[in-house]
Ligand binder design. Structure first.
Ligand code: SF4
Length: 390
């Protein structure tokens, strides 16, 4: 195995990445050392996180991903679409706790499948879930100092432009480029929005519009190690073309008793470390994130594999996507981060290196509001202006 042949400071090739992601346990420490060195060249001595509130605008979704605990059908226990008052109450509470991000997570286009959602939207006064999302992002922007980061699923070019007026960044997990996972009984059976080509198109449209974009891959949903490499390469290709991928999330599948994939094996910690390290070496100058709550209690090992960000951490709202995996307390996260010789810094939903382009493009009335809120939220380094101690 040629982990030793990896050249420092050069993005590795597909061949090198496939060899690295399949490396033996004996070779793993060497791979991690290369990845950590690449991280230290990129952002030395610092790990960031975004202090956020989670706003699950609606948990109705037209897809049925086999690993999802979030989605509901209308009438299911816990099925809910938040009212504007509920959205604002969560955002205001988060603001008091020093949050700077309102992460809007929601199911993909539920009104296309459910008449109940069409009725809810009619009562609220909106034509679609995306119209409602746009209005709620604007409400949060106007009424609080939080910056919205919407995660609404597939988006057209028009909707990317519209949401970019009311949010500095947005996201869509690519998850995998393996389209065979849409087959009967696989993870994306009956999940039409998980067709890789459609997700790649959304990420590309965001690139064409210069929208700072968060994406990533899911580990352990039926894909092979080679698929993981190809998913990362697809993200890298779009980033090389448009320069807009601000963050790549490496997220591991966690089993839950209530999901269709309740009997699937979880990926091992070693698989997760290999995937993070290879992501870092394929994209040495892109922010790489892994959620600590999904690797607890060994989450600090992820720093050895080259992450430079812990993602969104909420002091208030539970992780609605993985509700049984609470986030580590922020003080605990700080201590574990510092034990690796890294400083924990609070960032905004948009990373500092993407701020200059954002501020300069503000021209319309709504973008002016976004520019003003960015100015309030940021410090001189482009990170979060701290209002309460972590
Ligand atoms: S993972 Fe997202 S798209 Fe899939 S079912 Fe859950 S909410 Fe819907």
């Amino acid at each position: 195995m040629a982990v030793t042949s990896i050249a420092p400071a050069v993005p590795i090739s597909r061949k090198e990445a496939v060899r690295a992601i399949c490396c033996s346990d004996d070779e793993l420490p060497e791979l991690l050392a290369f990845a950590l060195a690449a991280k230290e060249r990129f952002k030395p001595g610092v790990i960031t996180y975004s202090r956020k509130v989670f706003i699950p605008l609606t948990n109705l979704c037209r897809d049925y991903c086999g690993y999802c605990t979030f989605r509901r059908d209308p009438g299911d226990p816990g099925a809910h679409t938040m009212t504007p008052d509920e959205v604002l109450a969560v955002a205001r509470e988060g603001e008091k706790l020093g949050c700077t991000e309102a992460l809007f997570s929601l199911g993909d286009k539920p009104e296309l499948l459910f008449p109940e959602m069409r009725e809810t939207l009619r009562r609220l006064g909106y034509k679609s879930t995306l119209h409602y999302l746009e209005a709620m992002c604007k409400l949060v922007l106007q009424e609080t100092n939080l910056l919205p980061h919407p995660n609404p699923g597939l988006l057209s070019a028009e909707w990317i432009s519209r949401l970019a007026e009311v949010s500095p960044s947005m996201g869509l997990m690519l998850e995998t480029t393996n389209a065979s996972l849409l087959a009967a009984g696989a993870a994306h059976d009956n999940a039409p929005d998980k067709l890789p080509a459609r997700r790649l198109r959304t990420i590309e449209e965001a690139g064409k519009r210069n929208v700072p974009f968060t994406t990533g891959l899911l580990i352990g949903i039926g894909e092979s190690p080679e698929d993981r490499v190809d998913t990362l390469l697809a993200i890298r290709a779009l980033h090389e073309r448009y320069g807009h991928v601000q963050e790549v999330i490496v997220q591991n599948f966690r089993v839950k008793p209530t999901i269709p994939m309740a009997n699937w094996p979880e990926p091992s910690h070693g698989e997760m470390l290999r995937a993070v390290a290879v992501a870092r070496l394929l994209m040495p100058d892109v922010n790489i994130q892994a959620p600590p709550n999904l690797s607890a209690p060994y989450y600090d090992d992820l720093m050895d594999a080259g992450i430079n960000d812990w993602g969104g951490i909420s002091p208030l709202t539970p992780d609605f996507i993985n509700p049984e995996k609470p986030w580590p307390h922020l003080e605990q996260l700080r201590l574990r981060t510092e034990s690796k010789g890294q400083q924990l810094r609070q960032r905004l939903p948009v990373y500092p290196e993407f701020l200059p382009a954002l501020v300069s493009r503000s021209s319309s009335q709504k973008s002016q509001l976004l520019a003003e809120k960015l100015d309030i939220a940021r410090n001189a380094d482009g990170l979060a202006r701290i209002r309460s101690a972590a």
